[in-house]
Design a protein around this ligand. Sequence first.
Ligand code: BZD
Length: 827
Amino acid sequence: MATKSPRAKNTAQPQSLDSKTIKASIVQHLHCTLGTDENKANNHAWWKATCAAVQEQVLEGLRKTQRAHYLNDTRAVHYFSAEFLMGRLMSNNLHNLGLFETTDQALKELGVSLTDIMEEEPDMALGNGGLGRLAACFIDSLATMDLPAVGYGLHYEHGLFRQEIKSGAQIERPDSWRDYGNPWEICRPESIQEIPLYGYVETKYGDKGRIQKEWHPGTIVKGVPWDIPVVGYGGKTVNVLRLWESQASDYFNWDVFNAGGYVDAQKENVQAETISKVLYPNDETEAGKELRLIQQYFFCACSLKDIIRRYKRAHGDNWERFADQVVIQLNDTHPAIAIPELMRILVDRAEMDWDSAWEICTQTFAYTNHTLLPEALEKWPARMFEKILPRHLEIIYEINHRFLDEVDKVWPNDNAIKSKLSIIEEGNDKMVRMGNLSVIGSFAVNGVAEIHSRLVKQNLFPEFDQLWPGKLTNVTNGITPRRWLKACNPRLSELIDSKIGQDWPVQLDKLQGLADFADDAKFQKAFMQIKHQNKVDLAADIKALTGVEVDPNAIFDVQIKRLHEYKRQHLNLLHILALYRRLLENPGYAMTPRVFLFGAKAAPGYKLAKDIIYAINKVADKINNDPRVNQKLKVVFLPNYRVSLAEKMIPAADVSEQISTAGKEASGTGNMKLALNGALTIGTLDGANIEIAEEVGDDNIYIFGLTVEEVQALKANGYNPYDYYYENKELKAILDWLETDYFTPGKPGALASLKHSLLDGGDPYLVLADFASYSDAHKALDSAYQDSKGWARKAILNTARMGKFTSDRSIQDYVDRIWKLSSCKVE
Ligand code: BZD
């Protein structure tokens, strides 16, 4: 059952501003900031003027918060993440400040629609998916819970690519979220940092034979901080997300310049401005991407300097209290380079002895693992390190050397264990394993859902768990209910308010109170009418975006997430093809009309992922235009899936597809958002689905497929996808269909890569093995939907029982188990 409510106490106290004051402020900004007036202003100008008016409130909160944290000399968490997938900020900031209704009213009086102007805001798409969005949810919770925290990351000029679909295929276009400025951010030139790169290391002999290392960098780049205020719900604490932009410094390549090799050196070295140019799409082989390693070092080095500057302001050169005041959470291994960087600062710059420095380091860092997929575990060629960060490579070798001595004490002369645990992977091309570095340099390591953390302990890092019992732990992910229910689903939020009061956004366990109404006919009707209305709205968006008409009376079945084989969008597609065939073979085939909705970006270099998008679109074209079936079946791929589109799709979903191969999805967070909004999950026993099933109960979720143990056993016994192909006539017919030109007239074989990956390719994610069970689960779900009261009850119980998955609970777990932080009230 759900755990105790976390400590978030704020309820959104509407601030004392009335609509008249807000109106005046908006108009003032329209005139004096935007240089326009009420008659000339378009929606974009109104949006900017409104942002400016809201930002005044935000900045006042920021100032008070910073003063409170300074005066109380608080311990703070520093969340290091290469990604923060913030989405839009207007609606969130208004809700958290308690100013949404008043501002809506103020704008109405000015003849302007708040809903319309909110559409002007570009998404801050500075992340790929779950990992980046988790960081965004976490900083919302940290501020809401009055916890001293700073988010640190990169100020990418271009976020994740914008996806267009041309003739069914994904095209990547640059994302230019900042072309017309970002009204929420503040540049802080007073906190610029200078970051060294490249060059060589000089060994010097100091006093008493002490060996001193000096890094002579080949170039120096400038890190310019941009602050984005993070408003907690209730509007009291306003923390900061600090994102670093790279610029050429006055010292750029100074040494090389003096040596007369300026132009040549420019060719070899990465140009300063390119460092923060673009966010790398994930799922690509990262080894070899020099710029990516530089990005990681750049933002970590800037952030550490920033933290140390702040620490020294309060504590001078006395490092003793550093780890008491500072905890740094590494969001995956992307910021792991911060570990050797802090060692370098302490040993080379502060001239501390190694052991004391290592003690501080390992009391400062904690690391979150988000994946078990071997190809996703970060490794960097040692050669590349040597070129870009020569001193860091030396430090890593030293860390490793001392660590392997410890290993030898536990497993004497066991070279196999040593080579497995070593930070360095030996071979022709030596590699630095960032996962091992992160575990060795941190005091806590966590996975992101129970099952994932168990597998981290048992399969990924079993020896580390033996070496340091208790260091590996679990913190199940969560989502902020402010964005993912209150702001995105106003109709449902209002209904909930009317039944259980208004504290649920900060005490999500209170949703349990809705269970009392799960069988109440009036409440069921209200709940399902809201779902229907949300579907009507989404249907209009679908029509506008794709031209496809969908019926809001159909089941809206939603799969929204990055495109990856392990997430198995192609399993969903095979099932759609099965329904299509059944309808063609038997026009009377009994099924509730269904609209399958997809949203997904594929990494630009991931061929099969792009083929799957193409296949979905081609199948969609065919089905949507086939009058024999299109009253019962529709398929829509919504282009450019992103946070703001998720906010429209999630409130309208009846069914949530969470169908990864068991053991592959670390947690998932979309699963939580959808269930919170009353969608029923069809899913495998993977990631957080397991915990969702525990909470909502077996009757209110559709679980299918192999378990982790069954997956392991099947693979161990030699999985042969052809067994399923020949065994299951329907499956065979569907796969063979993909080789014809039925879906791609005149182009036979255009969808064949899918079939081949599932047969000759060995079906690495066991799509065929789970197909029959998946199809059965869908049948059960369809017949359950026929019972509208039964379905309403299930949907209500999903919303009622999602309390555990607030990110406030995740943050409270981090606070209790890892960070040991205290809250600091801001008056
Ligand atoms: O992290 C995701 C996992 O796949 C999800 O299961 C989990 O719920 C979330 C949050 O914990 N991982 C990612 O989103 N990973 C990336 O986006 C990523 C980005 C850059 C490089 C590698 C992976």
